[in-house]
Design a binder for this molecule. Structure first.
Ligand code: ARG
Length: 269
């Protein structure tokens, strides 16, 4: 009897939890619409997805992710508010509920999926190694970078790529990608790992740099998706619908192309 009562209590508790959960889910999308503002957390040092540029003499945050965020805000009929912070803080800030979405080229890894809801993937660039051109002949294999100083953005999956795929690396974690780029240029680190589209953009702006001819393993788990708080069922459905439309119409690809061109011309270094 006691056993039956316990299981009834457990079933009851689960039921209550689910009910509470779905009520909160209702509120997330409705809450954004009611507030009239979509708050998006990003880290604008990651061209062409999010970066600072001068538009008519004024500092502005632009990028493919920002265009995506704007398209979502427009479709929801609300204003867009971009909150710029270090990449390392984006998911934590989302967890605290201080922003509604994290859009920052965030890879929807299984580990992150445990703590956050993610939209469908909208982009999937492979992992690449960036080096100084003058080292191109030496740094041409994983073995050639054994024990070297390899940079990765703090809090990014590239830290794991370095740890798991490089040989005895001295990993150097840095908050901002442009600073990593500078370090490779100056020679204070030997190489850095970054996703291809982003690496290509900074290489275009820094002719001293190039991709190394090294193949890293990349996976679908590393594709970019929009992060939401856990239990964002309704919001997620709506966002997935919007992403699907933007992918089908080729809009996302267009955002990346256009912003790559902007970054090559005007990014502040
Ligand atoms: N895709 C990588 C990750 O999720 C790097 C993202 C960095 N994004 C940025 N805006 N700096 O860990």
């Amino acid at each position: 009897m006691k056993k039956i009562l316990t299981s009834l209590a457990i079933v009851g508790a689960c039921f209550l939890l689910t009910a509470c959960g779905s009520k909160k889910e209702e509120d997330k999308l409705a809450g954004i619409k009611a507030s009239g503002v979509l708050k998006v957390g990003t880290s604008a040092e990651f061209a062409p997805f999010e970066f600072h540029t001068l538009v008519a003499g004024e500092d502005k945050i632009v990028g493919a992710d920002i265009d995506l965020a704007q398209a979502i805000a427009d479709k929801l009929g609300v204003k867009l508010k971009i909150e710029d912070m270090e990449f390392n803080a984006v998911l934590a800030t989302l967890k605290e509920g201080k922003v509604d979405l994290g859009i920052a080229g965030i890879s929807a890894t299984p580990t992150r999926q445990k703590s956050f809801d993610f939209s469908t993937n909208y982009y999937n660039p492979p992992q690449k190694v960036v080096i100084n051109k003058k080292n191109a002949a030496n740094y041409n294999s994983i073995a050639s970078l054994k024990g070297k100083k390899i940079g990765a953005q703090k809090g990014s999956i590239q830290e794991d790529v370095v740890k798991n795929q490089m040989k005895d690396p001295q990993i150097v974690s840095v908050a901002k990608v442009p600073n990593l780029i500078l370090e490779v240029k100056q020679g204070s680190i030997d190489a850095l790992v970054v996703e291809e589209t982003v690496g290509a953009s900074y290489i275009a702006q820094n002719p001293e740099l190039q991709f190394a001819t090294i193949d890293l393993k990349s996976s679908d788990d590393e594709a970019y998706a929009i992060a939401m708080q856990k239990g964002s069922q309704n919001l997620k459905k709506e966002i997935n619908k919007i992403i699907q439309e933007l992918m089908d119409s080729g809009e996302i690809e267009k955002y990346v192309k256009e912003n790559t061109a902007i970054a090559n011309k005007t990014t502040k270094k």
